[in-house]
Design a protein around this ligand. Structure first.
Ligand code: 5GP
Ligand code: ZN
Length: 156
């Protein structure tokens, strides 16, 4: 069992709670680690890109999101915007302030990237593939910004 799963396991947490008590220094020490662990998945390719463990051609980064060139571009401009927090897919976004801010930040970043790549005026497309029939292959939320050529409809 991985350390993260072990620590987040409800039985283990209630055991630790009984053992260390609620106000113990121990909890203060591990809470940031638990948060970090919950927000980052060790085996996720985009989390690895966020952490810089896998190289990518980054075009933009702020506190909440990272944007980088897609490794297999489908158009002259093909950028992926991903939240730093590991969220598997758009339907997993929660009604929390944190997730609302993340979503707002992603959209703002799409606008920044469109201007940066000089496709804002000509036009571009934002795509969020979701689950198997939606064509999602990487299960870490990402917005594709595609542009630099005429888009067709309906999409394949
Ligand atoms: P999806 O199919 O999930 O909508 O999109 C995943 C995208 O991630 C694909 O367009 C794919 O080319 C891209 N991708 C997969 N692995 C990597 C990688 O290691 N680096 C980069 N930059 N893009 C990747
Ligand atoms: Zn991830």
């Amino acid at each position: 069992m991985k350390t993260g799963n072990f620590i987040h396991n409800p039985k283990m947490r209630s055991f630790l709670l009984k053992f260390f008590g609620q106000k113990n220094f121990f909890w203060k020490l591990i809470t940031p680690l638990l948060k970090l662990q919950k927000n980052m998945k060790t085996d996720c390719i985009f989390c690895k890109i966020v952490r810089g463990e896998i190289s990518s051609k980054k075009v933009y980064e702020n506190e909440k999101v990272v944007a980088f060139h897609d490794i297999n571009p489908q158009a002259p401009v093909h950028i992926l915007v991903v939240p730093k927090k590991h969220i598997e897919k758009i339907t997993d976004l929660e009604d929390s302030e944190e997730d609302k801010e993340i979503l707002y930040d992603i959209i703002k970043t799409c606008k920044i990237i469109a201007n940066q790549m000089k496709i804002a005026e000509r036009g571009f497309r934002i795509v969020v593939n979701t689950n198997p029939e939606g064509g999602q292959t990487v299960y870490h939320l990402h917005f594709h910004i595609i542009g630099g050529r005429q888009m067709r409809w309906p999409p394949g």
